[in-house]
Design a binder for this molecule. Structure first.
Ligand code: ADP
Length: 393
């Protein structure tokens, strides 16, 4: 087992955790938010189960954020992690697996910036600040896209001019790979099916959401595309829309950035009903708000549509896996997605769907397809993979 400092750097935030690569136990965890603003917030949990503390202080950049993290790690005696594991959103075509970071790797992540203009620069800031803060500690990049590099050409190719697609590197990359891989492995263990023989549809339903068809432990299709905008309805992202919409708005005078911002930040549940948190959407729907009810139904319909598509893509499935905030905690979404599919071997046990915690089977005994809730743990997955890279280097 290795103590891994897991880092998820956003443009104005830094999430950190010291994770035992074997058990997944957290020794320390926290988040620095509003980096670069007048006042930043540091929320820190000094040890597993201990009361958290919150500090308001200016944190001008990622280097300053790492200094705050380092100070807190020193206090609890975790001053020298075995390895730092970085979540990196876009690995383009260059990275099929977690990779020890060196100058060439940094250049290749930089090369993917046009594909992820907000995410990759933030990831790079995190990497360089971590290298300065923890000199001599190996750093590993774990890519959201890596798990999906096995998607075959028929599912990864957009039917657009091949020259344009080639020049701009436009094809399906997919995201949430760490989570889809982690929950499919846990599902195979739970069902005692060799991973190499299991076929499953995994549904990562959080603020960002994506579906994945997994055959033999490999991704064969996923709903997100060049960017994390395609596919399911999300908290603030539209998911699939007619690709002509940007052109229509462009002709009406919208700039590319305005269109991008509308589709990424003002759409999805938020665009449909003014709330981006599914719990709030349910509260509003249940008190008679028709927009909120439509928002949750549009969301469930899109998930069901992808479920159907991926069951056919795979031919047959052993399991459907629900994970992340909504997937793990929202019986309404799970029941709506799986309703009326007995003939397809999918039947939920209503009591199991409503209750329980941890990894669990929520389908009836007679159903041919196992419907599972599998809590995701991307930090544990990043810690495991970083420790593996370290062991092999
Ligand atoms: P992310 O990591 O992508 O920010 P999460 O995986 O934490 O997101 O999921 C956030 C979503 O999960 C929110 O829409 C939130 O409302 C939803 N969620 C969390 N708990 C529940 C719950 N008990 N019932 C319904 N939705 C929930």
């Amino acid at each position: 087992m290795t103590q891994v400092l897991v880092i998820n750097a956003g443009s104005s935030s830094l999430k950190y955790a010291v994770v035992d690569s074997g058990s997944g136990a957290r020794m320390v965890a926290g988040i620095v938010e509003r980096i670069g603003e007048a006042t930043s917030t540091i929320s820190h949990e000094p040890a597993c189960g201990a009361a958290g503390e919150q500090t308001q202080t200016p944190v001008p950049d990622h280097d300053a954020a790492f200094a705050e993290v380092r100070r807190r790690l020193d206090v609890v005696g975790v001053d020298h992690p075995g390895v730092v594991g970085h979540r990196v959103v876009h690995g383009g075509d260059s990275f099929t697996r977690p990779t020890l970071i060196d100058r060439d790797v940094i250049a290749a992540i930089q090369d993917c910036v046009p594909l992820a203009p907000l995410h990759n620069p933030a990831g790079l800031s995190g990497i360089s600040a971590a290298m300065r803060t923890f000199p001599g500690v190996p750093q590993v990049a774990v890519f959201d896209t890596a798990f999906h590099t096995t998607i075959p050409a028929d599912a990864r190719t957009y039917a657009i001019d091949r020259e344009v697609a080639g020049k701009h590197r436009l094809h399906r990359y997919g995201f949430h790979g760490t989570s889809h891989q982690y929950v499919s492995q846990r599902a195979a263990e739970f069902l005692q099916i060799p991973l190499g023989r299991m076929r499953a549809v995994t549904m990562h339903l959080g603020n960002g959401a994506s579906a994945c068809a997994v055959a033999g432990g490999r991704s064969v299709d996923t709903s997100m595309g060049v960017t994390p905008l395609e596919g399911l309805v999300m908290g603030t992202r539209s998911g699939d829309v007619d690709p002509s919409i940007p052109a229509i708005l462009g002709r009406e005078g919208w700039s590319a950035d305005d269109i991008d911002s509308m589709l990424n930040h003002k759409s999805g549940l938020l665009g449909l009903c003014g709330a981006n948190d599914m719990r709030e959407v349910h509260r509003r729907a249940e008190s008679g708000d028709k927009d909120a009810d439509l928002a949750r139904r549009v969301s469930a319909h899109r998930i069901r549509k992808y479920l159907g598509a991926y069951v056919f893509t795979l031919g047959h499935v052993d399991a459907i896996v629900f994970t992340a905030g909504i997937g793990e905690h929202d019986p309404w979404i799970r029941a709506t997605v799986c309703a009326g599919l007995k003939a397809q071997g999918i039947e939920l046990d209503p009591a199991a769907n409503e209750g329980g915690s941890g990894i669990r089977d929520i389908s009836t005994e007679r159903a041919a397809v196992r419907v599972l809730v599998v809590p995701t743990d991307e930090e544990h997955a990043i810690a495991e993979q970083s420790a593996e890279v370290l062991a092999m280097s």
